[in-house]
Write a protein that binds this ligand. Structure first.
Ligand code: HAM
Length: 425
């Protein structure tokens, strides 16, 4: 017997009926971003590997351990995108959208990281992200946080998610902080794991986002970046906080929030929950003022975030917050060959006349069997065309979910009848 082929580990199919949950969230996201004037950006899933090395950073977990990288037939090193910011910036530069302009962009789609799969952590996962370019003010930092916060409110999650914020300053303040980290961790070197020992010389800030629980105490006492911020950086951060307070968005300052990607400057933030087990972060982002230049563009400030759609859906499902719209649908059946032909014509006509789902019974056969299939479908009404109906240009309407039974009506009156039944203007 031939063995069945299974999906790649950590990569999920999204099939009916679960897909309706995705549509529920995606529709809300589209309405949300349109409300803030963000425009969609679609870039390839594959990029040159050095795009990610140069942006996310060569010494990060993502680039060192998690990328799906291969050499293509031309000998070029390509990687499946592990996140959306790098590709969005590359595409923005390449298409001339960033220089001396203000852009508010958003994207939604699959990302790839070779992590150990568990609940809320997958190897193919989907992100919705926003990126705002050309504005260095704290106001736009606050706007992207407000945008995410509005989504939680609209989805009934405002009480479930906690906002943590921090500032990572700029190159100047980071230099002094980096030295303080090196001094601190060098004293404790014997207690560090291999990764952190290596990072002590390559990228000390990354020690702070180590996932090793044995290091949690040492990390919690490490020098805080907030003590190294220059006055203008501290003022930027204070203004972000004031704007969040004005918008009634509660937040916690976490001085050890450094994020797993190297491109951040100034404000960084994460929305976390206690409902998803080990995977606590649903949405995360921050400012990245050096990134556009680092990728070959003209100096352009940027700020954004990405949220993990699988995590958001898990949360909504756990808390029973998904409200699916009822599909308005009819099921059309023909009883003879001619009846089926007429049913097909009728179905097409109804689709043109009404914004409802029209399912045609394409199998035919005995009425009883067709009704059974109609009952199994999502339709509320069955429409039957038999010999009598063909002769008199009528149809039989059968209410599938009610005690009302059935009635014969003129074909001419059918559209009006269905409009009234489904409350369509
Ligand atoms: P990130 O923190 O690496 O940031 O990912 C953002 C979100 O993607 C996470 O909070 C999580 O919800 C989701 N996520 C990440 N990895 C996985 C996974 N293996 N399985 C399921 N969900 C996952 C970024 O990617 C930045 N590009 C965010 C950003 C945009 N910063 C500025 N602009």
């Amino acid at each position: 017997m031939t063995s069945t082929i299974q999906a790649v580990r950590g990569m999920n199919d999204i099939m009916p009926p679960a897909i309706s949950h995705w549509h529920f969230v995606e529709e809300r996201i589209r309405a949300l971003v349109s409300g803030y004037g963000y425009q969609e950006c679609r870039s390839p899933l594959l990029e040159n590997t050095h795009l990610f090395k140069r942006s996310i950073g060569a010494v990060t977990d993502i680039v060192e351990k998690e990328m799906y990288t291969f050499t293509d037939l031309n000998g070029d090193s390509l990687s499946l995108r592990p996140e959306g910011t790098a590709g969005c910036v590359r595409a923005g530069i390449e298409n001339g959208l960033l220089y001396n302009q203000i852009q508010r962009l958003w994207y939604m789609g699959p990302m790839y990281r070779h992590e150990r799969p568990q609940k809320g952590r997958y190897r193919q996962f989907n992100q919705f992200g926003v990126e705002a370019f050309g504005m260095s003010t704290p106001e736009i930092d606050a706007e992207v946080i407000l945008l995410s916060s509005r989504l939680w409110r609209q989805l009934g999650l405002a009480e479930t998610l906690t906002l943590e914020i921090n500032s990572l300053g700029t190159v100047a303040s980071r230099k002094a902080h980096k030295q303080a980290l090196v001094d601190y961790f060098t004293q404790l070197e014997s207690r560090l794991d291999e990764d952190s020992k290596r990072r002590l010389t390559t990228n000390p800030l990354r020690i702070l986002d180590s996932k090793n629980p044995d290091l949690a105490t040492i990390i919690s006492q490490a020098p805080s970046i907030l003590d190294f911020l220059l006055p203008e950086e501290a003022a930027h951060f204070a203004r972000v906080q004031a704007l969040l307070t004005q918008a009634s968005i509660p937040y916690k300052i976490n001085p050890y929030l450094v994020r797993g990607l190297d491109y951040y400057t100034h404000t960084v933030f994460e929305w976390t929950t206690t409902h998803l087990g080990a995977q606590t972060t649903v949405c995360a982002g921050g400012r990245y003022d050096g990134l556009v230049e680092q990728l070959g563009g003209k100096p352009t400030p940027g700020v954004g975030f990405a949220l993990g759609l699988e995590r958001l859906l898990l949360l909504l499902e756990t808390l029973n917050k998904i409200e699916l719209p009822i599909t308005k649908a009819v099921y059309v059946m023909g009883l003879t060959e001619q009846g089926i032909e007429q049913a097909m014509r009728l179905a097409e006509a109804l689709r043109a006349e009404l914004t409802i789902t029209v399912i045609l019974d394409c199998v035919g056969g005995a009425l009883k069997k067709q009704i059974k299939r109609a009952d199994k479908s999502v339709a509320q009404i069955g429409i039957i065309i038999g010999e009598d109906e063909l002769k008199h240009n009528t149809v039989i309407i059968k209410y599938l979910r009610e005690e009302r039974g059935q009635a014969s009506i003129d074909r001419e009156g059918l559209t009006t009848h269905l409009k009234r039944y489904f409350s369509i203007d």
